[in-house]
Design a protein around this ligand. Structure first.
Ligand code: ADP
Length: 448
C-alpha cells in the first residue's frame, strides 16, 4: 500500500520542498518544529504540525525519541529526513524502520558504510570507482603517515573519517607538520563528530568538484541523472552550483555515469545518492558519497524534468524507478545560488526579522524558500534562507536570466549574500566556466 502521511523531519526550504512533492502525490504531511520555528512556513503549509522541543537542534531536530513520538501521535506512516540533521544517521533510519514507519532514504547499512569516509573509500574502490591516491584506510601512527605521505608526495590532506560540512580537514605541506596536523585534525574531529579517526590523501592542486546524482530501487536497478558542478566554494562549502558541468562532454557523462550507476546497481543501493568526485586534468577521483537528497538537487531537476523527491517517495513505497536510463535526457542549463542571511563580504551571520520580501519570478525561475515578510530568521540554525534556481536553453542564456532574477530578489531587514552572487556572475572566469574549487576564495582575497 502506498504512503498516506509523511512526517518531515526537517525545517526551512527543504521541508517545504518535501511537502510540495507529497501534496502533488495526494499524500498528507506532518511538520515537526522547535519552539523557535512555531511560525515557520513549513509549519503553516503542512497538514499537521507537532512541536518537538526547544530551539537547540540537539533537543528538537536531532531528538530521535521526540520525532518518533511525533510520528506515532500523528499517525505518520513514513519519515523523510531531508538533508543535514538526521538524514545520514543510520541508527535513526533503523529505529524508524523498527517502528514500521517507511524510511524515505537508503538502506541503513549503506548510510553507515558511506558515513564513514574510510569505509566509503574502500567500498568505492571495490566497486571500481577511481580514488584519490592515499592511505589504505585509517592512519594513527605518525611514522606510517610520513611514509604514506612521502610515497604519494606533498601536499597531502589529513581528513576525518566521520567528517562532514568541510570540517576536520588539514592540508599538510611537509613531513615536519604531519604530527601536529594529525593531532589537530583528530581532536577537531573528536570534538565535532565524537570520532578521532583520520586518513590521508593526496591534496589535489586545482581540481573541480563534480558530483553525480544516482538513484537505485534497492533491488539492483540503478540510474544516473548526470553531474553537477559545485566548484564555487568557500571554506569547502558550496555557494553556487550548476548542471551540466561546463567541462564535461556528453561522452564523459555517459562513461562516468555508466560507472557510477553500475556501482549502485552492484551495491543494491536504494533511493537518492550523490557520488562526489574531484576532477583534474580530465580524471575523476572519488572523495565521498552522500546518502541523501542534496541542497543542490534542483539543478538536476531542471535539466532532466524529473522530480527527485517524488522519485524518493516512490522508491520508499517499493515501486520501481519511474524512468529507465534511456528515458533520461539532459536539456539546457541550470544554476542555483544559495542565498544566506549573512554579510556578503564578511560572511557574519545576519539573523533577524525580514521586513520586506519579494521573490524573483518569470519563465524558468524557481525560488525554494520559507521566507515571508515579518518572518523572524532564528539564530540557531543554518543561515541559508532561500535557493534561487534558474534554467536556460544554454549556459549563456541561463546566466542572463540569473542576472535578471537576482535583480528582482528583495530581502529587507537582514543582510544577504545576494550582492556577492550578483558580482560573482559578472566575473569573466565564471562566465566562461573556467574555475576550480580554489577560485572563489582567491577572488574574494583579491577583491579586498
Ligand atoms: P565534507 O564531507 O566535509 O564536505 P569532502 O570530502 O566532501 O568533505 O570534501 C569537501 C571539499 O574539500 C571538496 O569539495 C574539496 O573542495 C576539498 N577537498 C577534499 N578532499 C580534497 C583533496 N584530496 N584535495 C583537494 N581538495 C580536497
Amino acid at each position: 500500500m502506498g504512503i498516506q502521511r509523511i512526517l518531515i523531519a526537517n525545517r526551512g526550504e527543504i521541508a517545504l520542498r518535501i511537502h510540495r512533492a507529497a501534496q502533488e502525490m495526494g499524500i498528507e504531511t506532518v511538520a515537526v518544529h522547535s519552539t523557535a520555528d512555531a511560525d515557520a512556513m513549513h509549519v503553516r503549509m503542512a497538514d499537521h504540525a507537532v512541536c518537538i522541543g526547544p530551539p537547540p537542534a540537539g533537543e528538537s531536530y536531532l531528538n530521535i525519541a521526540n520525532i518518533i513520538s511525533a510520528a506515532e501521535v500523528s499517525h505518520a506512516d513514513a519519515i523523510h529526513p531531508g538533508y543535514g540533521f538526521l538524514s545520514e544517521n543510520a541508527k535513526f533510519a533503523e529505529i524508524v524502520e523498527a517502528h514500521d514507519i517507511a524510511w524515505i532514504g537508503p538502506k541503513p547499512e549503506h548510510i553507515r558504510t558511506m558515513g564513514d569516509k574510510v569505509e566509503a573509500k574502500r567500498t568505492a574502490g571495490k566497486l571500481g570507482l577511481p580514488l584519490v591516491p592515499g592511505s589504505d584506510g585509517a592512519v594513527s601512527d605518525y611514522d606510517e603517515a610520513k611514509r604514506i605521505a612521502a610515497e604519494i608526495g606533498y601536499p597531502v590532506i589529513i581528513k576525518a573519517a566521520s567528517g562532514g560540512g568541510g570540517r576536520g580537514m588539514k592540508v599538510c605541506n611537509s613531513e615536519d607538520q604531519i604530527e601536529t596536523l594529525m593531532k589537530q585534525a583528530g581532536s577537531e574531529a573528536k570534538a565535532a563528530f565524537g570520532d578521532a579517526t583520520v586518513y590521508i590523501e593526496k591534496y589535489l592542486g586545482n581540481p573541480r568538484h563534480i558530483e553525480f546524482q544516482v538513484f537505485g530501487d534497492g533491488r539492483g536497478n540503478a540510474v544516473h541523472l548526470g553531474e553537477r558542478d559545485c566548484s564555487l566554494q568557500r571554506r569547502h562549502q558550496k555557494v553556487l552550483e550548476e548542471a551540466p558541468s561546463p567541462v564535461i562532454t556528453p561522452e564523459e557523462r555517459d562513461r562516468m555515469g555508466g560507472i557510477v550507476s553500475k556501482a549502485m546497481s552492484d551495491m543494491g543501493y536504494r533511493g537518492a545518492g550523490t557520488i562526489e568526485f574531484l576532477w583534474e586534468n580530465g580524471e575523476f577521483y572519488f572523495i565521498e558519497m552522500n546518502t541523501r537528497l542534496q541542497v543542490e538537487h534542483p539543478v538536476t531537476e531542471m535539466i532532466t524534468g524529473i522530480d527527485l523527491v517524488r522519485e524518493q517517495i516512490r522508491i520508499a513505497e517499493g515501486r520501481d524507478l519511474s524512468v529507465t536510463q534511456d528515458e533520461i535526457t539532459f536539456t539546457g542549463h541550470a544554476i542555483e545560488c544559495r542565498i544566506n542571511a549573512e554579510d556578503p563580504w564578511t560572511f557574519a551571520p545576519s539573523p533577524g526579522t525580514v521586513t520586506y520580501y519579494h521573490a524573483a519570478g518569470g519563465m524558468h525561475v524557481r525560488v525554494d524558500s520559507g521566507l515571508y515578510a515579518g518572518y523572524r530568521i532564528p539564530p540557531y540554525y543554518d543561515s541559508m534562507i532561500a535557493k534561487l534556481i534558474v534554467y536556460g536553453r544554454n549556459r549563456e542564456r541561463c546566466l542572463m536570466r540569473l542576472r535578471r532574477a537576482l535583480g528582482e530578489m528583495v530581502v529587507e531587514g537582514v543582510k544577504t549574500n545576494i550582492p556577492l552572487h550578483e558580482e560573482l556572475i559578472e566575473q569573466p572566469d565564471v562566465q566562461s566556466g573556467d574555475y576550480s574549487i580554489k577560485w572563489l576564495e582567491e577572488w574574494l582575497a583579491t577583491r579586498g
